[in-house]
Design a protein around this ligand. Structure first.
Ligand SMILES: Cc1cc2nc3c(=O)[nH]c(=O)nc-3n(C[C@H](O)[C@H](O)[C@H](O)COP(=O)(O)OP(=O)(O)OC[C@H]3O[C@@H](n4cnc5c(N)ncnc54)[C@H](O)[C@@H]3O)c2cc1C
Length: 465
């Protein structure tokens, strides 16, 4: 490849790898720097010998043809499996299928609860009808309006406190429309006919796709440099230089960065003005600890995911890996392979807990789930520090101010992806922001920040051929 362009990419997660592939497609070989010793970022497959774990339970779905085409081009057809989505919420010892279905709510939890729930919902809808102007809502206001007070409390209040580690009154609701489906009141027949929720999944977990992406880049001479933590980013008015932890430096005409936005602002030289640094310092993340546990006994759990909102559990959600892909466990395994997800903040005791203390918490949760009778056959602990950008009130305005500052002062600096733009992006949106940023680098009039602004976009994931 002969070109005067020499862009740098920070991070080899879905966004960074997609930016790399797109640059190569357009005839430019980037240099990619990744802190960790693996590619795939949050969407990697964690392995320990013959065991594999998905840290987050990554469903592959997209409404964007170009993303679907890229996925298909990276992994052959026989490496994709089709997985029916089935989730449930464990409340009052009942596994209530999620997304919530009206008929289940009215019958499964007893008549009294059904009547209270329906009454609460009718009342909140009536109040919504009376509201004169649309206003920015907190999550609690949104939840009560959407589900009624009783069902909101039962299913979402505790869950949001546990997973978002925040009071629902202090959380903005702008992500909720995208992530939380309304109650489905259709009759079962019609629902089944139109709502076959099936998603794609790489046989060996999400990281299989990203390993394939890295292999494609390596073929083009642009293999990601691993164990290469970027800790400085300097602009001399013309070119960019990045500084690595090991003392190396690299220079380029542009930088695509998927590291957390506040980290970027913090390491930029010349330093941005004080008010921009102060805003960036308010951006926070939630962290995630996934504990993959292989139990020798086979439990019949007909769901991929079970949400555990109640205070009796410390775990927030349980992945049932056997329902994602049996290939995550070794051949011949006949037990139950689970991923217990714990949501935390870096300064919390849970994040600081050592492996032994964590295993005790896991055992306690397994007992509460009725699965504590025998010792696990295998355990893997995965810690993801920057798992979720926190959506605090004011986040949107603050991110826009940082974006505008960067755009005006550093047009060749492209924040991409979930943490790069401090947005609750899934893989497809993280990838799309990378594709749009590369197009912008080539002078096209596109705005990567417009990706994933559609409040109606749902994670339906209908399987397409
Ligand atoms: C629990 C959970 C469940 C999820 N479920 C789904 C799902 O069902 N479907 C879906 O599509 N998506 C899902 N996602 C989202 C998906 O994981 C992300 O959208 C995707 O990984 C974002 O890609 P990214 O490249 O922007 O960021 P990341 O995956 O975070 O990658 C960023 C990379 O940059 C590296 N990096 C950071 N700082 C530096 C530095 N200073 N120097 C060098 N490298 C650096 C990191 O090590 C990392 O590898 C889920 C996420 C979580 C946490």
């Amino acid at each position: 490849m002969v070109t005067s362009r020499n862009p740098l990419i920070i991070g080899a997660g879905p966004a960074g790898l997609t930016a790399g592939i797109e640059l190569v497609r357009r005839g430019v070989a980037p240099r990619i720097y990744e802190s960790s010793t693996h590619v795939g970022g949050l969407a990697r497959t964690v392995t320990d010998g013959v065991w594999r774990a998905d840290p987050g339970g990554h469903r592959f779905f997209t409404q964007h043809e170009e993303i679907m085409d890229l996925w298909k081009s990276l992994l052959p057809h026989d490496q994709w499996i089709a997985v029916p989505r089935r989730s449930a919420m464990l409340v009052d010892r009942h596994l209530v299928p999620y997304p919530l279905v009206g008929r289940d709510l009215l019958t499964q939890l007893g008549v009294r609860s059904g009547v209270r729930g329906a009454g609460g919902l009718i009342w909140s809808r009536f109040r919504r009808g009376m509201r004169a102007i649309e206003k920015q809502q907190t999550f609690r206001e949104w939840g009560i309006e959407e589900f009624g007070r009783h069902w909101y409390r039962m299913f979402f209040d505790g869950y949001v406190r546990k997973t978002w580690l925040a009071d629902p009154d202090h959380l903005a609701s702008d992500w909720a429309n995208q992530r939380i489906k309304p109650i489905d009141w259709r009759r079962a027949g019609r629902r089944d006919a139109t709502n076959q929720d099936v998603f794609r999944y790489p046989r060996l977990g999400p990281g299989q796709l990203w390993d394939a992406a890295a292999a494609r880049l390596a073929e083009a001479g642009a293999a990601p440099c691993l164990d290469a933590h970027v800790l400085g980013l300097h602009h001399d008015g013309r070119n960019w230089t990045i500084e690595l932890e090991n003392g190396d430096t690299a220079a380029g005409d542009a930088v695509f960065t998927s590291m957390p936005l506040q980290m970027l602002v913090d390491m930029l030289k010349p330093a941005p003005p004080k008010h921009i640094r102060a805003i960036a310092a308010t951006l926070r993340h939630r962290s995630l600890i996934t504990v993959a546990v292989a139990l020798p006994k086979a439990y019949e759990i007909p769901f991929n995911w079970v949400y555990t909102p109640g205070p009796e559990f410390q775990v927030g959600r349980v992945q049932n890996y056997g329902r994602w892909s049996p290939a995550l466990a070794p051949d011949g395994f006949t037990g139950t392979h689970l991923g217990l997800e714990y949501f935390t903040l870096v300064h919390d005791d849970l994040w600081q807990a050592d492996d032994d203390s964590l295993c005790e918490i896991v055992q306690q949760d397994l007992r509460m789930l009725g699965m504590g009778e025998s010792d696990p056959e295998h355990i893997m602990i995965v810690r993801s520090q920057y798992a979720y950008p926190i959506y605090e009130t004011g986040r949107e305005r603050n991110v826009v101010r940082i974006r505008d500052y960067l755009r005006e002062n550093h047009p060749a600096l492209h924040p991409i992806g979930r943490n790069g733009m401090h947005r609750y992006d899934n893989q497809d949106h993280a990838m799309l922001s990378a594709l749009r940023s590369v197009a912008r680098y080539f002078g096209e009039q596109v705005d990567p920040w417009q990706v994933n602004t559609d409040l109606g976009y749902h994670e339906t994931g209908l399987l397409r051929s």
